[in-house]
Ligand binder design. Structure first.
Ligand code: SAH
Ligand code: MG
Length: 228
């Protein structure tokens, strides 16, 4: 982690991030912003699990600041099929009926994402990739300065996100994982059991920070593309 405390996010962007629909508490968003500030000068970042762009605003705010400092365009790709996770569907705890496309009876968060990122004027920095995480990962070839996994929290998607994405983190880069609950009383287990623990067990990552359910690991062995 950086020794010096960076200037906080601009307050207009903070307000927009806080107002956006989604699942990113402000203190965890702040950690996301700070790790992105540190890493984005070294290459693109990627988020799995866009939803309506709430976390994307924190990441994009960092990309915007890095761009101003380096004179290049720092970017964060964000992958989602925009049809919602199992836990976002009708009848589940995290369902929002206002994001259902009535023609298909399926969730569609892409329009909300676009509006939120446009309002924040971050369209240059937060790049949507619309599709299945496994499909995008299978074709991905670019080293990542920062990988943020916040996609499907069922066993299959969590396992697939770890296998498909984690090896693309650069040496020294960060793997951030959301909704890590070591105590089952606090929430679902797959991000903890199938992403966080395997990342540590691989010997390629070590933990450097956490706030709430957000865990940040640094790649300490191997480089992007090497198997873990
Ligand atoms: N980061 C967001 C929350 C993400 S919610 C925020 O800050 O609010 C999880 C998202 O992962 C949902 O939008 C869902 O559509 C997406 N998702 C789940 N499984 C997926 C998969 N297999 N491929 C692509 N996206 C997926
Ligand atoms: Mg989450």
């Amino acid at each position: 982690m950086p020794d010096t405390v960076p200037a906080p996010m601009p307050s207009d962007l903070l307000d927009l991030a806080r107002a956006a629909q989604g699942f990113m508490p402000a203190d965890e968003g702040d950690l996301l912003f700070r790790i992105a500030l540190e890493r984005l000068p070294h290459g693109p970042g990627l988020e799995v699990g866009t939803y309506c762009g709430k976390s994307g605003i924190y990441l994009g705010a960092a990309a915007q600041r890095v761009s101003g400092a380096t004179g290049t365009t720092a970017v964060v790709f964000t992958v989602d099929h925009h049809r919602g996770s199992e836990e976002n569907q009708a009848g589940w705890e995290h369902h929002d009926a206002s994001v259902v496309d009535p023609e298909f009876g399926l969730m569609d968060t892409l329009g909300r994402f676009r509006k939120n990122i446009a309002r924040a004027r971050l369209e240059e920095h937060v790049i949507a990739v619309v599709g299945q995480s496994t499909t995008v990962a299978a074709h991905w070839r670019t080293p990542l300065s920062l990988l943020f996994i916040d996609g499907g929290h069922g066993e299959e998607p969590a396992r697939a996100d770890f296998r498909g994405w984690a090896h693309w983190v650069q040496a020294g880069g960060y793997l951030a994982i959301h909704d890590v609950f070591p105590d089952p009383a606090d929430g679902g287990r797959p991000p903890y059991e199938l992403i966080y623990l395997p990342a540590l067990a691989s010997g390629s990552f070590s933990e450097v920070a956490h706030t709430g359910s957000l865990r940040v690991l640094r790649r300490t062995r191997g480089s992007a593309g090497d198997p873990l």
